[in-house]
Design a binder for this molecule. Sequence first.
Ligand code: DP6
Length: 333
Amino acid sequence: MKATAIANANIALIKYWGKRDENLFLPQNSNISLTTDCLSVKTTVEFSSRNKKDILILNNRNYPPSSKEYKRYLKPFLDKIRKLAGTKRKIKIVSQSNFPKGAGLASSAAGFAALTAAINEALGLGLNEREMSILARQGSGSACRSIYGGFVEWRRGKKDDGSDSFALQIAPADYWPDIRMVICLTSRKEKKVSSREGMAQTVKTCPFYPCWLKTIDKDIKIAKRAIKNRDISLLGKISEENCLKMHALMITTKPPIIYWNEKTIAFIHKIRELRERGLKCYFTIDAGPQVKILCEKKDLKELIKEIKRMSGIKNVIITRPGPGVEISKSHLF
Ligand code: DP6
């Protein structure tokens, strides 16, 4: 009844921003991501009749059943799982990540992917990867992508029950061994507006949302072609365009959601300037102020040198394409 899983965060290149069903976490649009190799979450779970209530410990901090994290994010997910597995047992969850949560680094994606795989193992549910992807999606949408390594597409699906809305691997982690994503932390603070609240507000109030939806299929097609041909210029360009389009939606939501800080903007200018000088580097930014830069191994040294010259950068993490979720024999408790 005890099991442990490790999952890595994924960073979207073509973004998910908006749900068509908030209860089932069905996205308005298909999207594409890259699973990283070192922003990871390790989670051990145990279902036991000895537990009087659910216990949640994230990065050594206890989140009681009265906490927002438990009530809003975990409880609805656990309710679904208990129903699926036909159990009333309470769960103990201990989870450790090696990066800050709630700062736009996809901690919920890695977190729910690891949790889903650990629960699947602990309860012997026997779910395959696709089924795990469907379940993880209902904890946090982007988590359905972290089940897989490398480049991943989350297909929107058409059905109302969500059975055709899951992630699929486009290319494994070793398909493009020279691609890098450099993650630059510009702040360690938790964001004020969660992705969940933000995207719901955008769907409801942003006048440009229908335009976004009209352009997505083309973006997906271009990104897939770029991945297939290992074309960094094309993948970088389309990722950057798609990211800016998403932030345009955020900014024109009512009330406006602005995730960037002044360092985020400095980065945007810097990267465009470096590109003019011939360096192939491209940014993407999620629901937070952190900047993620796509490049290839050969340009990494020059890029890092330039980043280090910039002020106020809290941390720089170099990631490569990483693996999907894995079961581990070493438990956290
Ligand atoms: C900007 O997956 O965190 O990172 O489904 O409500 O849990 P919920 O949202 P979440 O949203 C991620 C938004 C994004 C873009 C992306 O990862 O595709």
